[in-house]
Design a protein around this ligand. Structure first.
Ligand code: BTN
Length: 272
């Protein structure tokens, strides 16, 4: 049985996969922390321009959206966070979490995955099963540019008896690809797509990526229920706008739903 790679070997293998692009990233691969989003957000920014990435083999308190816990399995998940700094003074455009989902979907395509779809605002699905979740947390210190910590959790190989909450059924890459990529291969592919798309997004906002996102929209034209603590809205998904807001059509017109503490589920699935 091959020896389990050390975190230093995993980081080196990622750098090798990234090739010339590896100088754009400062990758720290660690055995364990509670949440890579929390730890990275608390780290002081580096003096250089590299994009900070924190990867953990295990998370003891992984955070999900809407205050949920994010479960991962050592050796069966890829969990990491990336820090993206916006230009000083620049307004942060909407749709950042949608961009991250698109980057993950495109990275999975490079391994031959088919039918990778996106559920607004930021789940990555394969035929209705959730392969990856994304948690974007924004912060700004006084006088400093806005910073986003983009946390991504990918299910690579989920144990058969795994209990996962939420409205999605859990999926994993091992069910999608005959040979799932190694963690360094997967991480490098996602970082390459993320960097490319985040640069486009930083210069032109979500508008330039909107069509690409809509082409993968899992619930395009379908009736869904969007709910939060304070509201429930039913309607037909009519795409997303240039800020990444969901457009929901009902009898009274089209409403914009801003990403936030909301959940979305297809009404057909709920009835079944
Ligand atoms: C969700 O779908 O609820 C979002 C899940 C985000 C999970 C990732 S795993 C890496 C990063 N660290 C965390 O604590 N959460 C994100």
């Amino acid at each position: 049985m091959p020896a389990t790679p050390t975190v230093a070997e995993l980081a080196a293998a990622t750098a090798q996969q990234l090739g010339a692009l590896s100088s754009a990233f400062a990758i720290d691969w660690i055995e364990e922390c509670d949440s890579t989003n929390r730890v990275l957000a608390e780290r002081p920014p580096a003096a250089d321009e590299r994009i900070a990435v924190l990867v953990a083999n295990r998370q003891s308190g992984g955070r999900g959206r809407r205050g949920r816990q994010w479960l991962s399995w050592s050796g069966g998940s890829l969990t990491f966070s990336l820090r993206w700094r916006f230009a000083a003074g620049a307004p942060v455009p909407g749709g950042l979490s949608l961009v991250a989902g698109l980057a993950v979907a495109r990275a999975l395509d490079t391994f031959g995955a088919r039918d990778i779809a996106l559920k607004w605002p930021n789940d990555v699905l394969h035929r209705g099963n959730k392969l990856a979740g994304i948690l974007v947390e924004l912060s700004s210190a006084r006088g400093c540019a806005m910073t986003a910590v983009i946390g991504i959790g990918i299910n690579v190989r989920v144990p058969a008896d795994a209990q996962v909450g939420g409205h999605n059924t859990v999926g994993d890459l091992a069910s999608v690809l005959a040979v799932p990529p190694s963690s360094p291969q997967l991480l490098a592919a996602i970082l390459i797509e993320l960097q490319r798309l985040l640069e486009l997004y930083a210069s032109a906002g979500f508008a330039g990526l909107r069509t690409a996102w809509e082409q993968r929209h899992a619930f395009a034209g379908q009736r869904v229920r969007v709910s939060s603590e304070n509201m429930t809205v039913d309607g037909e998904c009519a795409g997303v706008d240039e800020d990444g807001a969901l457009l929901l059509r009902d009898g009274t017109g089209t409403r914009r739903i801003l990403a936030g503490d909301v959940s979305l589920r297809p009404l057909a699935a709920e009835a079944s």
